[in-house]
Design a binder for this molecule. Structure first.
Ligand SMILES: *Cc1c(COP(=O)(O)O)cnc(C)c1O
Ligand SMILES: [Zn+2]
Length: 411
């Protein structure tokens, strides 16, 4: 089922499969349109998937690249059953998709792999991005693995861990005095002036397709079955909506049966344009100025906001927001019940999962998957002050005395 064209999501005008992202007729976003799949042979597709590599490329039949490859790799991350967390929240069956287990420790390795493979096919030798943090890590790493030059634009107030874990790859790291939306505006302008593949701007239709592989993996890891509910984070809304697209494509070809899962979106209160629009019954988002510890989700003007709203509504789900304190508590809850240390975005997801459970939105017999998209070591500051260590002399007597007194000192 090869890709056949780029198509406007709004007016359906079609364009060639090159580096473009916006409709010349109506300024709507473009997405990849594939050949008709109605005669697909599900058994044959499944055989091809199961014979494929343990990476996103086992789903190459559903991706817009002719030569599936990635020097660094991405995907096939663990889907782990979270019984202790399920019990604590009163959920019947809970799974954590741990996408921190990617080469640069976030789900962004998936989208960058697809965008980069397509960029190379189109002849680009320089790749670039506007990033909230994780994309910077992924673009810098994949570019160095592929031997390409890269330009990475970030807001200048990004977490130090993410800055260090990007600069190390030898990219041209540009810290912009402004927030992500300022960075994105600047990069949109630069994309018109340079022959560069901006993975999330002029390559966005291909980039976005990479997120479908998260849905494919979840379904395959559940034995080619669908979950009943997905809880996942929303920044631009691309990941959230493409998860649904992945399930829909597999329903269409018969690789899975049943219904689209219920979709619950998660945002931080300090940057919740989509959750606010959901609560107010609007089908568009009002841009906001982000102010939250969940920097990887800090997009005040989300490109796919309207589509995320539509998905939550038509699947019977919701989009909720949580405070920074709830995010910190979510990180701790996930760590202490599953052994998975996630960054602030995962704290947002976990806190929203908890909120849904407390609100009684989740049925007792539901199979729920929470999508954890990033690694706790990248937002280490959030762990500070949440526990205390005992400091002792290197003698057993000192340890026993401390244990008796229970006089831990703050770290
Ligand atoms: C980029 C990102 C997301 C989601 O981004 P979208 O723009 O909504 O696709 C979620 N979690 C993390 C950790 C991210 O880096
Ligand atoms: Zn259009």
């Amino acid at each position: 089922m090869p890709p056949e064209a780029l198509r406007c999501k709004e007016c359906k005008t079609e364009y060639p499969l090159d580096a473009r992202y916006v409709c010349e007729q109506c300024f709507g976003p473009l997405e990849v349109r594939y050949a008709d799949r109605s005669n697909a042979d599900a058994d044959e597709l499944r055989r091809r998937i199961e014979a494929g590599p343990y990476s996103i490329w086992r789903y190459a039949d559903f991706l817009p690249v002719e030569h599936p490859h990635s020097a660094l790799g991405a995907g096939w991350t663990p889907l782990v059953r979270a019984d202790r967390l399920a019990e604590q929240l009163g959920i019947g069956e809970l799974w954590i998709k741990n996408d921190a287990a990617n080469p640069t420790h976030s789900f962004k390795d998936r989208v960058v792999s697809v965008a980069l493979a397509r960029a190379q096919e189109l002849g680009f030798t320089t790749i670039a991005c506007a990033s909230t943090g994780n994309l910077a890590n992924a673009v810098a790493a994949h570019a160095s693995a592929a031997g390409l030059e890269s330009f990475v634009f970030i807001p200048s107030d990004l977490e130090e861990q993410k800055v260090l874990a990007t600069g190390i790859y030898g990219t041209n790291l540009v810290a912009v005095r402004g927030n992500y939306d300022d960075v994105n505006r600047l990069c949109t302008e630069l994309a018109g002036e340079h022959e560069w593949a901006f993975v999330n701007i002029n390559m966005r239709p291909y980039y976005a397709e990479g997120s479908k592989t998260l849905a494919f993996e979840i379904a395959e890891q559940l034995g080619f079955e669908l979950p009943d509910r997905i809880v996942g984070p929303i920044a631009s809304g691309s990941l959230f909506t493409k998860l649904a697209r992945g399930f829909e494509e597999w329903l269409e070809v018969g690789l899975v049966t049943g219904e689209l899962p219920t979709f619950n979106g998660a945002q931080a209160e300090g940057c919740s344009p989509v959750a606010t629009a959901f609560a107010e019954g609007r089908d568009f988002c009002r841009p906001v100025k982000p102010e939250t510890i969940a920097k990887s989700l800090a997009i005040g003007n989300p490109a796919d906001g309207p589509y995320a709203l539509d998905l939550a509504r038509r699947s019977g789900g919701s989009i909720d927001a949580v405070t920074d304190d709830e995010i910190r508590a979510g990180i701790k809850l996930l760590a202490q019940t599953t052994g998975i240390f996630t960054e602030t975005a995962g704290g947002v997801t976990t806190a929203v999962l908890q909120k849904l459970a407390q609100r009684g939105d989740i049925g007792a017999d539901e199979r729920v998957v929470a999508v954890i998209t990033g690694e706790g070591l990248k937002t280490l500051e959030c762990a500070r002050g949440t526990f205390e260590a005992w400091e002792i002399e290197p003698q057993a007597t000192s340890f026993e005395a401390a244990r008796e007194q229970r006089l831990p000192i703050a770290v």
